[in-house]
Design a protein around this ligand. Structure first.
Ligand code: FMN
Length: 284
C-alpha cells in the first residue's frame, strides 16, 4: 500500500508541507509506504490547447514534469493533497495541473485512488473557493476524496504549535490508509452541501428554482423548513454528477472529439477569416 503526498505551496517546511507530512506519518502508522512531491519543484508548463491529447493514446505532447506527477499518482493507492488557500482559492500550480489532467482523465490511470485534502488558511471568511480546485483536480481524475480539512494557521511554519490540527492531519492520513486497506470509502470530512464534493458553494440557475454545485454539476432544489434552508438532490441527479465515468466519457466522445470534423471542414474559411486578426497589432 502506497500513499503519495503532494504539496502545493512553494514554501519549504511551510504549513502545507508540515501538515501533509503529518498526514503521511498517519498513513505510515497504518502500514503504508509513503512518498512526497513538492509540486512547485517540478516544471509544469501550461496546457497548449493543441487538443492532441484527445486523439493520441500516449496523451500530452509537452515534455515536462507533469507526466512524472501523474505517473506518481497512478503508482500510488492513496493521495494526500495539501494546498494553501491563496486569494480565496488554491495555488496556481493546481490549476496548471487541472488543465494538464486532460490526458490522465481519459486514460483513467488515477481513477479509484483514495484521496484526502488539507488546506491551511490564514483569514476566516477568505476561504470560499479553497476546495474548488483541489476537488476539481482530484474528482476529474477519478480520485475518491474521503476526508478534507480546512486548517486555520497564519504565520510561516506555525502549524506544529497547534496539536489539535496536527492530530487532525494525522487522522486524515490514517483514514486514507484505512480506506485503502478496507475498500470502505465513506466520507469523513465536515458535512457540506454537495453530495459529491461536500463543498458548500451553490449556483442559482436562471429559472430561479434550481441550484447546482459549480464543481460537480449536481442539481437540486431549495426548501425552507422553519428558518432553515434545505437543499434536496434526487438520487438520479446525484448519479449524473459531472465526474462520473459515463459523463466524462460523454464529454470527450460526444462534445470534444467530434469537433475535429468541423475544424477540418472549415480550414480554408478559417484561414481567410482569421487573417485580419493575425496581422492586427503585430509588431507593436
Ligand atoms: C499570496 C497569498 C495569498 C493568500 N491568500 C489567502 C486567502 O485568500 N485566504 C486565506 O485564508 N489565507 C490566505 N493566505 C495565507 C495562507 O493560506 C496561509 O498562511 C497558509 O498557512 C500558508 O501555507 P504555507 O506555509 O504552506 O504556504 C495567503 C497567503 C499568500 C502568500
Amino acid at each position: 500500500m502506497k500513499v503519495l503526498g503532494l504539496v502545493g505551496s512553494v514554501r519549504k517546511s511551510g504549513n502545507t508541507e508540515i501538515l501533509t507530512k503529518e498526514a503521511l506519518m498517519g498513513a505510515e502508522a497504518e502500514g503504508a509506504s509513503v512518498e512526497i512531491l513538492r509540486l512547485t519543484d517540478y516544471e509544469v508548463r501550461p496546457c497548449r490547447g493543441c487538443a492532441a491529447c484527445l486523439f493520441r493514446e500516449e496523451g500530452c505532447v509537452i515534455e515536462d514534469d507533469a507526466n512524472k506527477i501523474f505517473a506518481a499518482m497512478a503508482a500510488s493507492d492513496g493521495i494526500i493533497l495539501g494546498v494553501p488557500c491563496y486569494i480565496l482559492e488554491a495555488t496556481a500550480v493546481v490549476k496548471q495541473l487541472i488543465d494538464r489532467g486532460f490526458a490522465p482523465m481519459q486514460q483513467n490511470t488515477v481513477r479509484g485512488k483514495v484521496g484526502g485534502v488539507i488546506v491551511p488558511y490564514a483569514t476566516r471568511g477568505w476561504t470560499q473557493n479553497a476546495f474548488q480546485q483541489t476537488n476539481t483536480w482530484l474528482l476529474s481524475l477519478g480520485v475518491e476524496v474521503i476526508d478534507q480539512l480546512l486548517i486555520h494557521v497564519q504565520g510561516i511554519s506555525e502549524a506544529p504549535l497547534f496539536p489539535r490540527d496536527i492530530e487532525r492531519a494525522h487522522t486524515l492520513g490514517k483514514r486514507v490508509a484505512q480506506a485503502i486497506k478496507t475498500g470502505e470509502h465513506t466520507y469523513h470530512g465536515e458535512a457540506g452541501i454537495c453530495p459529491i464534493c461536500h463543498d458548500r458553494n451553490l449556483r442559482i440557475l436562471q429559472d430561479m428554482e434550481t441550484v447546482e454545485c459549480p464543481v460537480c454539476a449536481v442539481r437540486g432544489t431549495l426548501k425552507i423548513e422553519g428558518k432553515k434552508i434545505k437543499v434536496m438532490f434526487t438520487d438520479e441527479a446525484i448519479k449524473r454528477h459531472r465526474w462520473s465515468i459515463e459523463n466524462l466519457q460523454r464529454h470527450f466522445n460526444y462534445h470534444l472529439k467530434p469537433s475535429k470534423d468541423f475544424f477540418i471542414k472549415t480550414k480554408e474559411e478559417r484561414k481567410k477569416l482569421t487573417g485580419k486578426y493575425r496581422s492586427y497589432l503585430e509588431g507593436q
